[in-house]
Design a protein. Structure first.
Length: 293
């Protein structure tokens, strides 16, 4: 032991990895987690067929035996303030993740049957009983919008939940798709379909006001954008419609904005809305560090 105490906020991949490294160096670490069980999206969001929950539980147990303390059901900014943590510990590390889903911004996005990916995954994959209705996809035609690992998780979860058809719509090609190739090939093997170079432009409704189809445009790839991936552009006159009963939006996540006038808002943020850190991962609030997603 080195006699120094660190508070880690969040028990997802970033928080657990940080606690692991700090404990090895002799720090006394306490992890504060808002949910009832540690693990974050490792436990609640990532499907068990991709990450067995016993692996997460074993890692948490290893950390406990190493001396890491877990305070679950504690919301920092609620029951505990950042200022209190900074006063009680030699340093604070924020691993709160990026959990604000990017919205679908096309006509029909408000229709019944349109859902964000994360609530769907959590309800189908969490080992805990959660409030709210489960998003049922059995015998439904499911269309997943997006091309990342979350989209792959949605496709494979929908297959296991009995969907009649699962289709991924992605505006670039396979080469430029950000999702894991292993996950893509697993999804293909399990029966998912992919429409590459396809961009949704509107959702169509049935007489009951529920989603019934996705109007799409064919795309082609132009010059690379700032990320190095070739930018998609519309092929004129290429619109077509695919049938759908359930839409799962998997466009990625942004940091949750800090409430105005809260102590969190005292920290500088970057253009992405995440906590700005220096070369040592320290925020603009001395003694408070940040890492992870």
């Amino acid at each position: 032991a080195n006699g120094l105490r660190v508070a880690v906020v969040g028990s997802g991949p970033g928080g657990l990895a940080c606690a692991d490294e700090l404990a090895k160096l002799g720090y006394a670490v306490t992890i504060f987690e808002a949910q009832a069980q540690p693990g974050g999206l490792l436990l609640n969001g990532i499907p068990a067929f991709k990450l067995d929950k016993s692996v997460v539980e074993r890692r948490v147990d290893i950390l406990r035996r190493r001396g890491v303390v877990f305070e679950t059901g504690v919301m920092v900014g609620g029951q505990k303030s950042l200022a209190e943590l900074r006063d009680d510990y030699h340093a604070v590390v924020l691993g709160v993740g990026a959990q604000q889903a990017r919205q679908l911004d096309i006509p029909g996005a408000e229709l019944s049957g349109v859902h964000q990916a994360l609530p769907f995954l959590i309800k189908h994959n969490s080992p805990m009983a959660l409030e709210g209705p489960t998003i049922e996809v059995a015998r439904q035609r499911v269309v997943v919008l997006g091309g990342g690992d979350t989209a792959m998780d949605c496709l494979r979860t929908a297959v296991r939940a009995g969907a009649a058809e699962t289709v991924c719509v992605y505006r670039r090609d396979l080469v430029n798709m950000p999702g894991s190739r292993k996950e893509y090939y697993n999804a293909i093997e399990e029966g998912a379909q992919f429409l590459f170079l396809t961009n949704p432009v509107a959702l169509e409704a049935n007489a009951a006001g529920a989603v019934a189809g996705v109007r799409c445009q064919r795309m082609e790839l132009g010059e690379p954008d700032f990320s190095g991936r070739r930018k998609p552009r519309v092929v004129p006159g290429s619109e077509f419609t695919i049938k759908a009963d359930v839409i799962l939006v998997a466009y990625g996540f942004d940091p949750v904005p800090f409430p105005a006038n809260s102590e969190w808002s005292q920290m500088a943020i970057n253009d992405w809305g995440a906590i700005r850190v220096d070369e040592n991962q320290m925020s603009s609030w001395p003694g408070i560090f940040s890492g992870g997603d």
